[in-house]
Design a protein around this ligand. Structure first.
Ligand code: C2O
Ligand code: CU
Length: 404
């Protein structure tokens, strides 16, 4: 898609079950947000639905169903969504790495057992096979001297990734689609929870003919090589990295007014091992093992979900997310990008905006945004088993009737 240009997408449901599509990270009207029962009725088998919106922000996004998510996303219904800048940035080349994780049986088929409650109370359904753009990665051919933008997208159900590029110094230029101050990640480690995106710029300073591994070492003791940067034998196209600026043009995001902002707190609760005696109310169909502020909403979204809190249209808010569990959670807010202000009391550098922020156990993160988009918006953990087992809520902006 192109920034500021309308798009129209016809979804033709040829599944044997209902579905919707959520355009993850795009700031669009509530009626296009793809949450069944909340922003639209589920699209029944044989029916179609027209999504139409104008993406206001350039960047790296993705799309996935918001119905029976464990199975529909977990079996592969997802893709990258790129919104191009008005002027193409001065990189030599661009790669998209949509990284997904699968649990395969010995027969190489997707293993059964989605929605296992034991896993739902822990790290979620982590697989045994990681792919880039749908294939078990072979080498990624690169040329010495070139400057490449890599759009990294974690499209896994549950796997958190921490990527390292041996022999290279990636510079982060955007997070969740939104440009930030270009910076190298601490320890050279690119941390990506489910649904998160990072755009890096890489100057290919390796030796022609050599291979450099790209590893993921997030989980202790099970690090693996995701792929390799494989240099062609060609001599370097340039000998010193380009001195063109790395920063991307900013998107038209409304800046929250921190002086007048109202505060809210979302307390993440539940799970195995250290779930602090969860008492929950709320609604849903499945069993709940997680909650936000004591309320568990399970599944993918359904009609009549009452809002956990209501925000006034046009006002600025600072929301504290507190992880009172023993597990990691990538928390996603629909319909908005938010500033990430503080983590555990310390200011977060590099002017970062996100739509999905990763919380380690016990983390507390302050985010801020202008509630400028009316509607009932989901906020949930993007470890899909956590979402569907209760770590989900609705935030209402405005009178709750708007949007359609
Ligand atoms: Cu990508 Cu409701 O999420
Ligand atoms: Cu979670």
């Amino acid at each position: 898609m192109r920034q500021g240009e309308p798009v129209r997408i016809v979804l033709d449901n040829r599944l044997e079950q209902n579905t919707t599509v959520h355009w993850h990270g795009i700031r669009l009207p509530i009626g296009m947000d793809g949450v069944p029962g909340i922003s639209q009725p589920p699209i029944e088998p044989g029916e179609s639905f027209v999504y139409s919106f104008t993406p206001p922000d350039a960047g790296t996004y993705w799309y996935h169903p918001h119905a029976n998510s464990l199975q529909q996303l977990g079996r592969g219904l997802a893709g990258p969504l790129l919104v191009e800048e008005r002027e193409p940035p001065p990189f030599d080349r661009e790669l998209v790495w949509m990284i997904m994780d699968w649990r395969l049986g010995a027969d190489a088929q997707i293993a059964a057992g989605f929605g296992n409650m034991m896993e739902a109370g822990m790290a979620g359904r982590i697989g045994n096979t990681v792919t880039i753009n749908g294939v078990v990665p072979a080498d990624e051919p690169v040329h010495a001297g070139e400057r490449v933008r890599i759009r990294l997208i974690n499209g896994a159900l549950a796997r958190i990734m921490a990527l390292r590029l041996q022999g290279h110094r990636p510079v982060i230029v955007a997070i969740d689609g939104q440009p930030c101050d270009p910076h190298e990640p601490p320890d050279g480690r690119l941390l990506l929870g489910p649904a998160m995106r990072i755009d890096v710029v890489l100057d290919m300073q390796g030796e022609p003919g050599r291979r450099y591994s790209v590893t993921d070492d997030f989980y202790d003791g099970i690090d693996y090589a995701l792929t390799h940067l494989a240099y062609t034998k060609a001599p370097p196209a340039r000998h010193h990295p380009s001195d063109a600026p790395l920063s991307l043009p900013h998107n038209p995001l409304p800046e929250p007014d921190l002086k007048t902002a109202e505060r809210r707190e979302l307390l993440l609760q539940g799970g195995m091992m250290g779930g602090r005696g969860m008492r929950t109310g709320g609604m849903g169909m499945g069993r709940a093992v997680w909650a936000i502020n004591g309320v568990s909403m399970t599944g993918d979204g359904h009609a009549g979900m009452p809002p956990l809190t209501t925000l006034q249209l046009g006002r600025s808010y600072i929301v504290t997310l507190r992880n009172d569990t023993a597990w990691w959670h990538p928390i996603h807010l629909h319909g908005h990008s938010f500033r990430v202000l503080h983590r555990n009391g310390e200011a977060v550098p590099h002017s970062i905006w996100s739509d999905t922020v990763l919380l380690a156990p016990e983390d507390s993160v302050d985010i801020a945004f202008v509630a400028d988009n009316p509607g009932d918006w989901m906020v949930h953990c993007h470890v899909t088993d956590h979402q569907t087992a209760g770590m989900m809520a609705v935030i209402r902006i405005g009178d709750g009737l708007s949007g359609r």
